[in-house]
Design a binder for this molecule. Sequence first.
Ligand code: HEM
Length: 510
Amino acid sequence: MHQATDIFLKMFLDHFNVNPTLFDIFCTCTTVWLIKHLFNFINRLQKLPPGPWGLPIVGYLPFIKKDAYIQMTELGKKYGPVFSFKGGQFDVVVINDGKAIEEAFKNDHLLARPNTTFIPGQDHSIFEMSGETWRQQRRVALTILRNIGLGKSTLEEKIKEEIGLFIDSLKSAQGKLVDFSEVNGLSVANNISILMFGHRFEYNDPFGIELRHNMKQVSDNVDYFTKFIFTTSLSFLIPLAAHFSSDHEKVTSNQKDLEDKVTIEVAKHREKQTTHEIEDYIDGFLQEMDKQKDSNTSFNINTLRRNAADFYAAGSDTTTHVLNFMMLYLVTYPEHQQKIRDEIKQTIGFDRQPDYADRASMPFTMAFIYESLRMSTLVPLNVLRRATQDTKVMNYSIPKDTLVILNFWAVHRDPKLWNDPHSFKPERFLSEDETTVVKSPYLMPFSGGKRICPGATLALIELFLYLVSIVQNFQVSVPKRTKISDESKYLFLRTVKNPVKLNFHTLNEN
Ligand code: HEM
């Protein structure tokens, strides 16, 4: 047998005219390389938390199911609060436990994102950046947004104006069944439009409708968890993966259209630039670009296009979907709807618009909002993070470049943290005498730590003002015998699968 191999080898070398010494060197190098890689592989495997085995090259990716957050929660029960799997060329660590996630929030080595972009082939946006570039972009964005009114009464007044118009539009649909998610989506998007572009769009403005349509086409077709990890971790296959993905074309062309619309807005801002002060994010970014024009930074027009488009998407689709869930809970539990209305009667009445400050005397309403955020868990698996150094969470090792998933779904449905976690019970967020709202540290819909959602406060203001304004003005219901389903759909966001059309019946008090 050995002799036959020698003969075959000699024939092979003669045939291809290969120098035997060079061939020996090549074989030795290859063996050393393979041993080194095998050694590294075993070493890394030993360091990683336990988890399921996968296939060569693709790892566990082919086994990931559509509702990945449920699967990850089940795997957590089997392998422990912190487990790992191979996702293509990357190791992926999933953190399922509340305390472990709190520890991860504080870990500065877990702040980065994967090296590739959300949508393959694009420049990075604030959502996707890492390191110093991300830090700078985030600092500047937050400063601009604060200066133009985020967290101040000026923005609240604009949101209230928007809600006033939205309530009028619901009143004019009196007697008709309303597809709430559609009409509400345009109104919520206007609040982020004011911050990004400095103005709202009329509900029938074709530009505004098209902007929202582009954004929805992107978010409704990005299969973030499965396809995104796949393309991230097998980057050499991106063109191939893109080719086989029917949604890829829809995502890239709509993202481009969305960013082109941002460019149109930027052009309008440039025309009026010289005299006016900073009124919105585009103004602030253009001014920062001017300041930094002589240095090689990420403050350029491409980043502005991407950032403004991502802010627009992150700031409108999210809040809209949570409001959809809230409407579902209002019609499923009319007794809760009535309790909110009772609080409105006691604190605000029916003649003036609510202020965000009213929340201090509306504990049940706040508890309803927190419970809606827990039950809906809009982002069940956090936007991917990446370890920038070897690090640890709860004594589990996370080697450098591992992708890290924080499983908020597992925390929000953990029976050790919540009594009867699958039931909708706002009272769980109330003190025993039901006079104060008690927020749990394990309610983490906006993530946490230094990369926490920068729009969390804006989202809470919107959720409170829309909910209270709706319940103040209407009895929300569905026609008799309508089957209300709380089934959800998951791509990147967890959303209501079959939203029912709603009746907004104007109250006699108004
Ligand atoms: C109910 C509504 C919302 C929910 C549940 C939500 C949730 C989240 C989550 C879980 C993250 C990932 C944070 C991480 O990586 O750890 C995030 C990031 C982000 N959110 Fe929100 N969000 C909401 C509303 C908003 C709004 C209104 C805005 C607009 C101002 C916004 C803008 C962003 C941006 C720009 C990021 C990326 C931040 C970064 O990577 O540094 N979000 N959000």
